[in-house]
Design a protein. Structure first.
Length: 148
């Protein structure tokens, strides 16, 4: 039987408020059909000790919010390459709030123009990552967000 080891850089992947592993929902909202990046990030988060739920392609904001509620997640990661982030992300945040999940941290990865970053942060997005982002940075920032 093999034992999964955690490197010192990975640290603890437990939710400080729940005493359980950090639960992350990774979703691909919209019509974008490319999910390689989402799968790479999902695997990195899992390898860092987090529990990861991947919803698959072409999810509506309603499907994402419902999955977040049903899975009782701490974090939602949205991968959007289609350019529809300014329509999809506010709707996901609105639905999370309507479900009483204001505490859920939302991260976005994909093709996000720099001029959209201030507005995304303003509406409640915790982190935004573009192509080539380091999975170590993502892991570190997800963990840090859980201690805020």
């Amino acid at each position: 039987m093999s034992e999964q080891k955690t490197s010192p850089e990975q640290g603890d992947a437990t939710s400080p408020t729940e005493g359980r592993r950090i639960r992350v929902l990774v979703a691909k909202p919209g019509l974008d059909g490319h999910d390689r990046g989402a799968k790479v990030v999902a695997r990195a988060l899992r390898d860092a000790g987090m529990e990861v739920i991947y919803t698959g392609l072409r999810q509506t904001p309603e499907m994402v919010a419902e999955a977040a509620l049903q899975e009782d997640v701490d974090v939602v990661g949205l991968s959007i390459l289609s350019g529809a982030h300014m329509a999809l992300v506010p709707r996901v945040l609105e639905l999370l709030k309507a479900n009483g999940q204001e505490q859920v941290k939302v991260f976005i990865g994909g093709i996000i123009p720099d001029e959209d970053l201030p507005r995304l942060k303003e509406i409640g997005v915790t982190g935004v990552y573009g192509p080539g982002a380091s999975t170590e940075d993502i892991i570190r920032q997800v963990k840090a967000a859980m201690t805020e």
